[in-house]
Design a protein around this ligand. Structure first.
Ligand code: NAP
Length: 350
């Protein structure tokens, strides 16, 4: 039975999509109907594709920390209920709108959407789809858009990482952390000191190319880094955790070091001691890769195209840790929240 969505404050996009008389079968989608509550899987009636839109048969959808925050009402963007989360996905083109010129039925594509990925089907503007090169699997492709574009943008576009420099990365065994290790070592020829919360995660980070790994549950991060690189410090720090971990990463920087704020998995947002910036000529900066969609789309598009090409050439390889079924979406969220994820977590409606 198709989901009946009445008497709620629905986002415009949802109303357009679900009220339509599109062809095809009903499909399953994960729905957030109430914040902070488990998602439900419901049958949804298909809607027609707009002239510039594409209907995609979703094979894999990335599970991101941000999806969980959105479903808890803790993200900067707060959608109206109900909605289907899912920011990145891969699949094959089922149907194209009349004005679509970039892809055709059957093409393998990867998409970046803010919502709607955690479903068997997703309708998306052609502009937000990229063709998947031949040697890149659908699973690998789904792991690229958020983690790899963020890693490339943080390391290259923001921190201007140079060959031979040393990069410190926190939450290193997470999806973004492993992407940072991959891009830093294999594309930028930098050295990486990984920082992670268990010996198992450190082992994975080292296997994926980090030169050293510090378990930050075993003493001072700054002291551990000092032992590894001396008092000079590291050139670049990419921080996903925030709070005290961010501050220790900041204190581990060398003269003219750069620190990039990527996320706050630890839950605390640190204040930057401005004197540290002054004393060592340090630059502190942020990256919100999703904002390039509206503020500088060519940068986002070029970066994702580069990630796909690097993968096609075998220069980088995303590490997919766990694939959950669509109906296991709540288990997937729990897996991430309980620090269990190692590499990319994906959902598959297949
Ligand atoms: N700004 C952007 O554009 C952007 C893009 C992508 C991701 N992000 C952000 O970057 C962060 C990492 O994303 P990801 O996709 O790499 O996540 P992930 O794969 O789920 O990894 C997150 C890691 O964070 C660490 N962590 C520390 N405190 C935690 C806590 N309280 N709960 C859960 N995990 C905790 C865990 O590693 P340890 O056990 O090693 O501590 C965990 O493995 C998130 O905050 C995400 O929102 C931002």
């Amino acid at each position: 039975m198709a989901a009946v969505l009445r008497g709620r404050c629905l986002p415009r996009a949802w109303l357009c999509r679900k009220a339509g008389q599109g062809g095809g079968r009903d499909y399953r989608a994960a729905l957030c109907t109430e914040l902070k509550q488990p998602l439900t899987i419901e049958e949804v009636a298909p809607s027609p594709v707009g002239p510039r839109e594409v209907r995609v048969d979703v094979h894999f959808c990335g599970v991101n920390f941000a999806d969980i925050l959105v479903c808890r009402g803790q993200y900067q963007e707060r959608p109206h209920l109900p909605f289907t989360p899912g920011m990145e996905f891969s699949g094959t083109v089922l149907e194209t709108g009349t004005d679509v010129s970039t892809v055709k039925e059957g093409d393998r594509v990867v998409g970046v959407s803010f919502f709607n990925g955690m479903a068997e089907e997703c309708i998306i503007d052609q502009k937000m789809l990229w063709q998947i090169p031949e040697k890149v699997s659908l699973q690998e492709a789904a792991a690229l858009p958020i983690s790899y574009t963020t890693a490339i943008l943080a390391l290259e576009h923001r921190a201007r990482t140079q060959p031979g420099e040393t990069v410190l990365v926190t939450a290193a065994a997470g999806a973004t952390g492993l992407a940072v290790i991959d891009v830093a070592t294999n594309i930028l020829q930098a050295k990486v000191i990984a920082v992670a919360g268990s010996d198992e995660k450190c082992k994975l980070a080292m296997e994926r190319g980090a030169q050293f790994c510090v378990n930050y549950n075993q003493g001072s991060l700054k002291e551990a880094v000092r032992k590894l690189v001396g008092s000079g410090g590291v050139n670049v720090a990419i921080d996903m955790v925030g709070g005290d971990v961010f501050l220790e990463a900041l204190r581990s920087l060398a003269w003219e070091g750069r620190i990039v704020v990527v996320g706050f998995t630890g839950g605390n947002i640190a204040s930057v001691p401005a004197n540290l910036l002054l004393l060592k000529n340090i630059s502190a900066m942020g990256i919100a890769s999703g904002q390039y969609r509206d503020k500088n789309f060519p940068v986002l598009s070029k970066t994702l195209s580069s990630a796909l090409q690097y993968c096609q050439q075998g220069c980088v390889q995303p590490h997919v840790g766990t694939v959950f079924k669509l109906e296991e979406v709540n288990d997937a969220f729990l897996h991430v929240m309980q620090h269990k994820s190692m590499g990319k977590v994906l959902l598959s409606p297949k």
